[in-house]
Ligand binder design. Structure first.
Ligand code: GLA
Length: 383
């Protein structure tokens, strides 16, 4: 549970100064998986799990960060940050500071307290919420007020270059631009976006398979490399294909047979997922829940069979949801191989749905899942 009063008190006790506090949300992706780094479309919503960042300036030239979650403190000379931040939680906030400074923002020495309630390794973007909360906090100590799009890009750069995980822009962008009761359709190349209201009759039920997911882990990078291999292959035939986003089903029909089978299937997932994602935004906007649900089901099948980024537990969770009253659509969300499924459920059924999904998953796997009923929430902000 996020608690602004508690983090304010903890920060003041620990560092002797009253902080400014910022909140950045985690996210759930409704549809559009592994399309972001291919320049394609995604449709996430910010959720009511997030990270609080409490900050105050220091006058001893150090950057000191305390994590409430890890109960650990790191302290570095402000002008002597470690060159990279792999494998430790502090890599996320330190990377943001480094990247902000490299971009010309004069972030001074500070004390920072972080507290988050985004489940870790669940595919709900705890990383991006830490990055964006840190960025807003650090920028509050400067005179600068960059656009949210720029903040999202800088946070992504921090994760790519400092933490060393090759994520796309989706998670940082939704943390910066999400809106209460809305999903956001994002064109990941132009960064143009459109908000689509989620009606009060629809609940978001997130089901944690309890199988850990990690972008920093191997599978994500392997998939990304396969996608890039396919893109380069198609570009050989059609030089205007800069990103896979520029290719269509006809390109695979024409040249797919010459590609290695795994590469063909990864590309087919992304090309069809882009089409599904735009169609899903239209369906949501039109209130056509049947179509939205069908698109989510097709997205899960494609993620499982063509992209091979699901896992047995996630397939069981999605399968269990399909039989329950009130389901609109279910699929594995996030970077894959574990993490959570997202279920859109008719609001009147949501409570019962959550209980029955938990029970059925436990019966079939022996695992006690955590089920979260979330709301589409606002973008990062000062609190
Ligand atoms: C992770 C990455 C995102 C995106 C998703 C898959 O969440 O951080 O950039 O690629 O996986 O859609």
């Amino acid at each position: 549970m996020l608690d602004v009063n508690a983090i304010t008190t903890r920060h003041t006790e620990r560092f002797g100064d009253a902080p400014a506090v910022f909140l950045a949300p985690g996210r759930v992706n409704l549809i559009g998986e592994h399309t972001d780094y291919a320049g394609g479309f995604v449709m996430p919503a910010a959720i009511d799990f997030g990270t609080l960042a409490a900050i105050s300036p220091r006058n001893d030239g150090r950057i000191v960060i305390w994590s409430e979650n890890f109960h650990e403190q790191v302290s570095h000379p402000s002008d002597g940050l470690p060159p990279s931040g792999r494998g430790h939680w502090s890599g996320y906030p330190l990377g943001v500071v480094k990247v902000l400074r490299d971009a010309g923002f004069a972030v001074p020495a500070f004390s920072l307290t972080l507290q988050g309630d985004v489940p870790l390794g669940a595919g709900l973007s705890s990383s991006a919420s830490i990055e964006v909360a840190t960025a807003l906090a650090a920028l509050s100590l400067t005179d600068a007020n960059p656009e949210r799009e720029e903040i999202a890009k800088l946070c992504q750069r921090a994760e790519n270059t400092y933490v060393g995980s090759s994520c796309g822009i989706m998670d940082q962008f939704i943390a910066c631009r999400g809106a209460e009761n809305h999903a956001l359709l994002l064109d990941c190349r132009s960064l143009e976006y459109r908000l689509a209201p989620i009606p009060p009759s629809v609940s978001i039920v997130i089901a944690n398979t309890m199988v850990k997911h990690s972008v920093a882990g191997g599978e994500y990078g392997i998939r990304r490399a396969e996608v890039e291999e396919g893109t380069a292959f198609l570009r050989g035939h059609r030089p205007e294909i800069e990103l896979l986003r520029d290719a269509g089903p006809q390109d695979l029909e024409q040249w797919g047979a010459e590609m290695p089978d795994n590469v063909l299937r990864r590309c087919r997932h992304i090309i069809t997922e882009n089409l599904r994602t735009v169609a899903a935004a239209d369906a949501l906007a039109a209130g056509n829940m049947k179509r939205l649900g069908d698109l989510m089901a097709a997205a899960h099948a494609s993620y499982r069979d063509d992209f091979e980024a699901s896992c047995e537990e996630a397939d069981i969770m999605v399968g269990a949801a399909e039989h329950l009253p009130g389901l609109i659509g279910a699929r594995l969300t996030g970077g894959g191989v574990g993490g959570c499924t997202v279920n859109l459920v008719q609001a009147g059924h949501a409570q019962d749905f959550a209980v029955r999904l938990h029970d059925e998953y436990r019966m079939r796997t022996g695992i006690a899942a955590e089920i979260y009923r979330c709301h589409a929430s606002a973008a990062a902000h000062a609190v």
